[in-house]
Design a protein around this ligand. Structure first.
Ligand code: CAA
Length: 257
């Protein structure tokens, strides 16, 4: 891996992916996105991993798609490269992914964070979709996920002006989970990851799928989908263990079975 570092066992059941292209502010070139895709595929299949953290480190999350790589491309080059197919793996990953964002999360960087399931931000985090300033527009879900997260008028303002918002504004708008001091970003992200990693991996997977389904269905369809996944948890040993542990007043030990 040239542009990311991956540690499948950063901590028990918690994997860490760190973007590692600091001189270019972690700009997301094609190679880096392929590496993220491959890492996520492997971590999703690794039974020891229950939660994945994706971070750019403490200085910058990612300053967007690599403008230098795209600058002279034609529409047909872009079509043939099909760069966004690599993004589909992030969406397909069944284990929860937490983005830990410090510094700029712009353009594709903001889209990358929004494609994750939760966003922890440091007080230095800045979010934006500045593609309009370079004569284009978001292409990796910015107009869709941002609008669903913060609502139409704010998404319009960000996408049409390219302005950045602070961590506080992002929190107020519902884009991120919380803000922590930069030196505590990884500790606090790990705390959240641990809370999830100690639950039943089967139930977590099914619950994540059901929450995401809310964006693709009517309420009635979503409720039917949710109910089926709820029933399915009763096929797991983890559900028996969880409820038995409650009755016996002990801590459950989930195995992902
Ligand atoms: N692509 C390629 N290189 C980038 C980059 C990007 N998105 N963002 C920063 N860099 C490079 C700069 O060119 C510079 O390289 P050199 O040292 O070789 O000149 C280096 O990273 C440091 O950047 P700056 O000197 O510009 O740093 P700064 O602190 O002055 O400014 C910044 C930081 C505000 C983030 C500014 O770099 C910037 O505006 N970057 C571009 C942001 C942007 O427009 N992102 C959207 C990209 S398009 C997209 O993402 C499409 C999509 O939907 C998928």
């Amino acid at each position: 891996m040239e542009f990311i570092k991956v540690n499948p066992q950063h901590e028990k059941h918690i994997a860490l992916i760190e973007l590692n292209r600091p001189k270019e502010l972690n700009a997301l070139n094609r190679q880096l996105m392929l590496e993220i895709r491959d890492a996520l595929r492997e971590l999703d299949e690794d039974d020891n991993v229950r939660v994945i953290i994706l971070t750019g480190g403490t200085k910058v999350f990612a300053a967007g798609a690599d403008i230098k790589q795209m600058a002279n491309a034609t529409a047909i080059d872009m079509l043939n490269i099909d760069q966004f197919s690599t993004w589909d793996q992030i969406k397909k990953t069944r284990k929860p992914i937490i983005a830990a964002v410090s510094g700029f999360a712009l353009g594709g960087g903001c889209e990358l964070a929004m494609t994750c399931d939760m966003i922890m931000a440091s007080e230095t985090a800045r979010f934006g979709q500045p593609e309009i300033k370079i004569g284009t527009m978001p292409g990796a879900g910015g107009t869709q996920r941002l609008t669903r997260a913060v609502g139409k008028v704010m998404a319009m303002e960000l996408v049409l002006t390219g302005k950045f918002i602070s961590a506080e504004e992002a929190l107020e708008a519902g884009l991120i989970n919380r803000i922590v001091p930069v030196e505590l970003l990884m500790d606090e992200t790990l705390k959240l990851a641990r809370e999830i990693a100690k639950q039943s991996p089967v139930a977590v997977k099914l619950a994540k799928e059901a929450v995401n389904n809310a964006f693709n269905s009517t309420l009635d369809e979503g409720l039917v989908f949710e109910r089926k996944n709820f029933y399915l948890t009763f096929a797991s040993e983890d559900q028996k263990e969880g409820m038995a542990a409650f009755v016996e007043k002990r801590t459950p030990e989930f195995k992902g079975k």
